[in-house]
Design a binder for this molecule. Structure first.
Ligand SMILES: Nc1ncnc2c1ncn2[C@@H]1O[C@H](COP(=O)(O)OP(=O)(O)OP(=O)(O)O)[C@@H](O)[C@H]1O
Length: 279
């Protein structure tokens, strides 16, 4: 156990926690109760405006959850809280039973097993599909050295498996910059998968995709559920209908409704604040 050097260091809450519980540095995910994410009473204010307002939301281990809601409902802010980009004013956020997300930095949260895919693909255009996955494997700068090192058979097998999952096996030697928009999105999902996240947060995955690409993306996300828990924020209701088992509707920073797609579509409050404007 590493002891703090000074009293000030010792009285710093986060450091005290390190000393009391060194496991915080390499936290182990415990989903033995069947829930992978607990957000409870989360409030985030920006200059007095509550972007999240006592938000309480649970994600089950292995589920594929869709989050919908009008512009400004708080979807991005919620993702930002989960990944450590935004700290809430109050509330609790746990990854599994014991990992307190509010005590971890953004890199530590990624390391603990939460991957986030932003709307715009950010693949390395000059590198091949295979190299992109290779670079993503370590998830940090060490990866650049790995490009010139020999891959172990296990690492190669991991890359091959992900290539299959994202449907890009035949494109493995193509430069990422030459891929279609949809293929780049799948590659980026593959890059996240290389880090073996337990929970994947995916922001508007089908924006700008052709109908065929959208359909393929639905298959891809459905194939991930079970092995991973997946939270998808999406405005495209046809897409949500095609993948969702459970839908959560956010409104003004809180959960307005939650249930099967049929249940939320029938809910008059949801029709009023969201689906009405989608029709
Ligand atoms: N950094 C910030 N400073 C001030 N207000 C913010 C900030 N970030 C978000 N907001 C406000 O908080 C509210 C929730 O925003 P958020 O981006 O979470 O909504 P959203 O549901 O993701 O919307 P969209 O569908 O448009 O992406 C909005 O009214 C937004 O203007």
């Amino acid at each position: 156990m590493k002891l703090p050097k000074s009293l000030a260091e010792f009285t710093d809450r986060s450091r005290v926690f390190d000393v009391v519980n060194p496991a915080v540095r390499s936290p182990k995910l415990d989903t033995s109760h069947g829930t992978i994410l607990y957000l409870e009473d989360i409030t985030v204010s920006f200059d007095g405006f509550r972007a999240l307002n006592d938000l309480t939301l649970y994600i089950h281990a292995g589920e594929l959850r869709c989050i919908i809601g009008a512009n400004g409902a708080g979807k991005t802010t919620m993702m930002d809280v989960i990944t450590g980009k935004t700290r809430p004013d109050s509330g609790t956020a746990y990854f599994g039973q014991s990992i307190d997300l509010l005590r971890l930095s953004e890199p530590d949260i990624a390391q603990a097993g939460i991957g986030r895919k932003f709307q715009k693909p950010t693949v390395f255009e000059q590198h091949t599909v295979f190299e992109n996955l290779e670079l993503a494997m370590a998830g940090d700068r060490r990866a650049w050295k790995m490009l010139f090192a020999r891959l172990t058979p296990a690492q190669r097998a991991d890359i091959d498996e992900v290539l299959g999952v994202i449907g890009l096996t035949e494109h493995r030697h193509r430069q990422a910059g030459a891929l279609s928009h949809g293929q780049k999105q799948w590659l980026e999902i593959g890059m996240l998968l290389m880090q073996k996240p337990a929970l994947l947060l995916v922001d508007e995955p089908v924006a700008g995709m052709t109908p065929q690409e959208t359909e393929r993306t639905a298959e891809l996300l459905l194939s991930l559920a079970g092995r991973h828990s997946v939270v998808v924020v999406e405005h495209d209701m046809d897409f949500v209908r095609s993948i969702a088992r459970t839908v959560t509707v956010l409104h003004e920073g809180s959960v307005l409704a939650e249930g099967s797609i049929e249940q939320v579509q029938r809910d008059p409050r949801v029709v009023e604040v969201y689906l009405g404007e989608q029709a």
